[in-house]
Design a binder for this molecule. Structure first.
Ligand code: EPU
Length: 303
């Protein structure tokens, strides 16, 4: 979608918003799949309410793009513009055990920054790609750590009320890859209360998680991490593996040889290839195990 309304375009610079015309989602997602649209890079986060109200008044559909690491996007010209929060410096402010982190901050860099200041608890998240805001929305987790455990306060733009609000951690629900945020809430910042630990101890934990991840996940290939959630008490990856589906492909969309719950773009996969692969694998699992796998990756498809 291309923005064309002159009044809207004229207002963007005053709001600290830069328009990137015809941005490619294939270049902005870890799966390297997706079409093009105008992207609004928001340098001044406080102007989000005004920006959204202008877009609404102009009847322009919009979505927030975070790190693009857990996302499958349709091809072609996309029917919404994208909002994207620019990174502000510094991304992390420390106050004792409390780290106030910008939602646009890179998750891995945040983990190491806090570690260097003897704040741990996030070792397991070290190899999880994406932003802190994206991790928070999904309650990203790995190796026994979930980010929501440490969230004490979240600053969020609530589309429903059109305002920026500060929510207390105990008013939010963080579950397995699910939170109580509304789908159109936009994370702006989070306060994480982290346990104090010596840097050397945190580093050791980080090394162990890195090794486990390197040994079991296809890190150097284009993927969106795990495609399906694990059903209670079961592992989607193991079930898909047990069915002999590693290497199974639709076009260039392929089940990883290393971890069967990672689907990779092995070349020029399009969105339809990936969706067909997801549907076929889900059907095979349903037939064999009687379980309906739920996708973990976020789908911006078929709209
Ligand atoms: N397994 C297989 N074959 C495979 C993959 C896994 O037999 O192809 C077996 C493993 O040997 C292991 C079991 O299945 O016994 C579980 O595998 P793993 O430890 O790799 O964990 P997972 O349940 O597949 C989850 C998260 C990952 C996270 C890891 C580590 C989900 C859907 N996945 O994977 O998160 O990194 O644990 O904590 O919850 C993600 O969310 O995108 C993601 C990658």
């Amino acid at each position: 979608m291309r923005l064309s309304e002159p009044r809207l375009l004229a207002a963007l610079p005053e709001l600290g918003v830069e328009r990137i015309a015809g941005a490619s989602l294939a270049e902005r997602t870890s799966l390297a799949i997706g079409g093009t649209t105008d992207l609004l890079l928001i340098r001044r986060h406080a102007s989000l309410p005004e920006l959204v109200s202008l877009l609404r008044a102009a009847g322009v559909p919009h979505r927030l793009l975070g790190g693009g690491t857990n996302l499958l996007v349709q091809d072609g010209e996309l029917p919404w513009v994208l909002l994207h929060l620019a990174r502000n410096q510094p991304e992390v402010h420390l106050d004792g055990r409390m780290a106030r982190v910008d939602a646009a901050a890179d998750l891995g860099r945040t983990v190491t920054f806090c570690a260097k200041h003897n704040l741990g608890g996030m070792e397991g998240l070290i190899g999880v790609p994406g932003t802190v805001g994206g991790a928070l929305r999904m309650n990203a987790g790995a190796y026994g750590t979930q980010i929501g455990t440490w969230a004490r306060e979240v600053q969020v733009y609530r589309a429903a009320g059109g305002r920026i609000e500060t929510l207390r951690g105990d008013a939010l629900r963080f579950e397995y890859r699910h939170t109580s945020f509304a789908p159109d809430d936009i994370m702006l910042a989070v306060k994480l209360e982290l346990p104090e630990k010596p840097f050397s101890e945190i580093l050791q934990g980080i090394r162990v998680c890195n090794e486990k991840r390197r040994a079991s996940q296809p890190l150097n290939q284009k993927s969106a991490g795990c495609i399906f959630k694990n059903p209670p008490g079961a592992s989607a990856g193991r079930m898909i593996d047990d069915l002999g589906l590693k290497g199974f492909a639709v076009g260039d969309a392929r089940v990883s040889d290393r971890h069967a719950n990672f689907f990779i773009n092995a070349g020029q996969a399009c969105c339809a290839d990936m969706l067909a692969l997801i549907a076929q694998v889900r059907e095979r699992v349903r037939q064999a195990f009687g379980l309906e796998l739920e996708h973990e990756v976020i789908l911006w498809t078929g709209v």
